[in-house]
Design a protein around this ligand. Structure first.
Ligand SMILES: [Zn+2]
Length: 113
């Protein structure tokens, strides 16, 4: 259940950010979850709910945005979508693209007052 540890990290970070910005209650949280981040959005939502108990984040609406996998070709430097990182470059056909997006779990934004 690494989603639980991740949720606790996110809630801790939100709690710190809220304190710094003078926010008492966070009402909405937007997370970006990459397709190959290894995070299961449903499990994350479940754990997030549990991790927010007795924090300023409790009751906040959680929005999860899925981030598609994008690679950059080592041959011609083209950017292209490559789920799983195994697709050949559509420009030159080379394999072995470097993944530049899709493995992240990131706090995009939050709202509160
Ligand atoms: Zn290429």
């Amino acid at each position: 259940m690494h989603e639980l540890a991740l949720s606790q990290d996110i809630v801790e970070m939100l709690t710190r950010l809220a304190a710094r910005e003078g926010i008492n209650t966070i009402s909405r949280v937007v997370l970006e979850v990459g397709e190959i981040s290894g995070v299961e959005p449903e499990a994350l939502a479940f754990c997030f709910d549990a991790a927010t108990r007795s924090t300023p984040v409790q009751g906040a609406e959680l929005c999860i945005e899925n981030i598609a996998v994008v690679g950059v070709c080592r041959g011609c430097a083209a950017n292209f979508p490559c789920a799983g990182g195994l697709a050949p470059c559509p420009q030159c056909g080379a394999y072995g693209a470097t993944i530049i997006q899709g493995a992240e779990l990131r706090l995009k934004e939050f709202e509160g007052e």
